[in-house]
Design a protein around this ligand. Structure first.
Ligand SMILES: [Zn+2]
Length: 163
């Protein structure tokens, strides 16, 4: 009985340390927030831990404007638009010459043995796919310019539009 009780208390402490509020933990375990607070004291949760939890709670879901990556960010980094300097640079637009872009597309094509699509470009290319879109209007145009056969509509890049 005693072991069971302390396990439950440990779980309550753990939920709190994950960033849940007293209210949320209380609801989950069917007890008042005051009871949760008492349990935390009983279990020896320190002021330092409480401060750390308050800090963690300020983390928010964040999305990179460049690549669309999701992550949790603390308030200091929340206002940044890009996940990295590289990503910001890639998002800048047409900073690369047509020749450089086409050369890398051809290199990729030779490496893969087929026309590289958006996914290939981002996975193994020197530039990211938006550089091609900015420079040529679309990846398809870039593929044609490189003398490659554009891939069939319905490939990875069109999956969303054609269910
Ligand atoms: Zn990014």
């Amino acid at each position: 009985m005693r072991a069971k009780l302390s396990e439950r208390n440990a779980a309550i402490v753990a939920r709190y340390l994950e960033g849940k509020t007293l209210e949320q933990v209380g609801q989950e375990y069917g007890i008042t927030r005051e009871r949760v607070r008492q349990i935390l004291i009983q279990q020896g949760v320190s002021e330092v831990q409480k401060a750390a939890v308050r800090y963690l709670r300020r983390f928010r879901d964040w999305t990179c404007r460049g690549c669309g990556k999701h992550e949790k960010r603390d308030p200091r980094n929340y206002k940044r638009l890009h996940c990295s300097k590289l990503c910001a640079r890639k998002s800048q637009g047409p900073t690369h010459s047509e020749d450089d872009l086409i050369a890398d597309l051809r290199r990729l094509a030779a490496e893969l043995g087929r026309t590289p699509g958006q996914r290939d470009i981002n996975a193994s290319g020197k530039y990211w796919h938006m550089s091609y879109v900015y420079r040529f209007g679309s990846i398809r145009n870039a593929q044609e310019r490189a003398g490659l056969t554009p891939r069939q509509v319905g490939g990875a890049g069109h999956a969303k539009k054609c269910p």
